[in-house]
Ligand binder design. Structure first.
Ligand code: PRP
Ligand code: MN
Ligand code: MG
Length: 183
């Protein structure tokens, strides 16, 4: 079982900082999509917290849909080849789509997803990512809204997991090395 007193290395972004940034992003999105309807597409599972808070901070009319995707291949991280575990319920043709993600790490998941979504003829498709790591800049990816650029550390909380744990933390923390060092 998780013991946050021991497993957490440090708080990288506090709950208050997260909520302030979500409101700031929502303000930009409200301005940019004024007079339009927006389809928010959350990428399961990591995006659930940012999706829930961002949706509640927006004033433009929104609908919410979800995709679940999984990278596969021999590696432990994204191979760039993605399998769709759950597709959208919605036909996005002619819609203004905003993909909501918790983090861009290598950028390979979103790179693949953007090509997939663009092939469905949406009116527009943009990205809102709460966090972005340095490696992401190596992949050509036009990210319209970014919350925080963060160092290349293992981060958990606010939707982000380590082995499916810690998603429910209301802040972003870094994991103590002993937690994953023994594998
Ligand atoms: C994580 C994260 C992003 C993706 C980023 O999801 O939530 O979706 O990895 O990695 P990339 O930029 O290197 O492709 P994960 O596959 O761990 O699934 P989860 O959201 O269910 O935790
Ligand atoms: Mn994810
Ligand atoms: Mg994960």
């Amino acid at each position: 079982a998780a013991d946050m007193g021991k497993d957490l290395s440090s708080v990288l972004i506090s709950e208050a900082e997260l909520q302030a940034k979500i409101k700031e992003l929502a303000g930009q999105i409200d301005t940019d999509y004024a007079g339009q309807e927006l389809l928010l597409v959350g990428v399961l599972k990591g995006a659930v917290m940012v999706m829930a808070d961002l949706a509640r901070a927006l004033h433009v009319p929104v609908q919410m849909d979800w995709m679940a995707v999984s990278s596969y291949g021999a590696g432990t991280r994204s191979s760039g080849v993605v399998r769709v575990l759950k597709d959208l319920d919605t036909d996005i043709a002619g819609r203004h789509v905003l993909v909501v993600e918790d983090i861009i790490d290598s950028g390979l998941t979103l790179s693949w997803l953007m090509n997939n979504l663009k092939s469905r003829d949406p009116a527009s498709v943009e990205i809102c990512a709460l966090l972005r790591k340095p490696e992401a800049v190596k992949v050509p990816l036009d990210v319209r809204y970014v919350g925080f650029d963060i160092p290349n550390e293992f981060v958990i909380g606010y939707g982000l997991d380590y082995a499916e744990q810690y998603r429910n933390l209301p802040f972003i923390g870094t994991l103590a090395p002993h937690v994953y060092g023994g594998e």
